[in-house]
Design a protein around this ligand. Sequence first.
Ligand code: GAP
Length: 442
Amino acid sequence: MADTMEKIVSLCKRRGFIFQSSDIYGGLANTWDYGPFGVELKNNVKRAWWKANVYERDDIFGMDAAILMHPKVWEASGHVENFFDLKSDCKSCKKRFKSEDLKTAKVCPECGGELTEARPFNLMFKTHRGVIEDASSVVYLRPETAQGMFVNFANILDSRHPKLPFGIAQIGKAFRNEITPGNFTFRTCEFEQMEIEYFVRPEEADKKLEEWIEAHFNWYIDLGINKDNLRKRPHEKEELAHYARACVDIEYRFPFTTRGAQADGTWSELEGIANRTDFDLAQHSKISGKELQYFDDAAKQKFYPYIIEPSGGVDRTVLAFLVDAFCEEKVKDDIRVVLKLHKDLAPTKVAVLPLLRNRPEIVELARKISRDLKKSMVAVYDDTGAIGKLYRRQDEVGTLYCVTVDVQSLEDNQVTVRDRDTMQQERIGIDRIKEYLLNKLS
Ligand code: GAP
C-alpha cells in the first residue's frame, strides 16, 4: 500500500504530472503544482464534469464567481461563527493536531509531550483589501465556491427565468487553513471544487438528494473507477455541517497508510452530496435585505427553495483517477508501468514516433502526421529515444495510441498504430489515420 502511493507520487514528478510547489526553495509543505500532463488531466476531469452536469442537461446554468466576496457573505453563511476545527498543540515538539484525530490520546502521538487544551481554529484565510488594515478592510479567501452561487440566485432567476427544479454549477478555487494537510494532493490549503447548487421544492428534496447521489456515483464509474473502490457513506448526525440536514459522502479507497489507514486502504471523501435546506437563501435574504424567494406562478405563492448540493474536489478526483489507473504489468522479463486512464481523461491521445530518428524522410513524415493530427486531438511528436523506450514512456503517462512511422511507411503509405491497453498493433493507411483515431476517441 505505502509502496503504491510512493510509486504514484514518484511517477507524477518524474513524468510531469505534479510537482512540489516552490521546489527550488525547499518546497512549501503540502502545496502542489500541476505540470504539463497534470494540467491536461485536471482540465479533462473538469471538462468531463461540466459536460455531464451542464451541457448534457437543460436545468443547470454554469457560472464563475469571484474568489473575494463581501465579508457579510461569510457572516450570513455561518462560516465566521461555525467554520472551526478544534486543535491542540504539543508543548514539546510544537506539532499541531486536529482534536478529532487525537481521539482519546492525552499526550502527543509523535513525541509523548504534553498537549494544550483543545482550542477552536477558524479555517478561513483572512486578509485585507486596500492599503488600510483594519476591521473594515477584512476579506476572506472563499472556503467553498457555493456562496458565489447563492448570492447570484436572483441574478440567474432574472436573467434566465428558470422553473424549479434548476441548478447553478461552478468550478473554482477554494482555500482552507487546514490544521493537518497531507496525503499528497488529498488535503491541501488551496484546492479546486466542482459544485452544484440545485434548487428544489422542499417536498422534493429527499428524492432529488437520492437522484444526485446515484448520478454522481455513476459518473466516477463511467469514467473508469473500479466500483469496488467506491462507496457511499451517509453522515452521522454529529458530523453534519452547520447548514446540512442530510449528507452522503462518495468515498474512494485510497492506498494511504497514514492515520486511520486499514490494511486494504483508507476510505476517504471525494464528494459530499448534501441537503442544505433553505438555510443559505434564508440567511442571505435576512442579512442582505434582498428578496431571495421563488415565486410559484401557478400557486401564486412565494417560498425559499431547498438546496441539494453535490460538492466534489477536483484535486481529490484527479488523484483517485491516477491511483485507479495505475497498473504494473509483467511483460516478458520486464515490468510495464501503464496509466489506464479513460479515453476522455488521458492527457495525450496519440504520440507519433519515428522508428529511425536518423532518417530525415521518416522524421519529416512523422512530423507531418503529428502536425496534422494536432488540429483534431492532443497529439505529440517524440523522437528522444529508441522505440521500446518511447512506448514505455507513453504508457506511463497514459497515451492512448502510438503511431509509428517506419521505412515501409515511405513505400506503402501506412503506419503502425499501437493500442495502450492491449499493446496490439495494426497497419493503417496514412490517409485514414485521423478518421481511424477520431472514431476510437468518439
Ligand atoms: N460546499 C460544501 C463543501 O464545501 P466540503 O465537504 O467541505 O463541502 C467539498 O467540501 C469537497 O471539497 C470535498 O468532498 C473534497 O473533495 C473537497 N475538499 C474539501 N477540503 C479540501 C482540502 N482541504 N483539500 C482538497 N480538497 C478538499
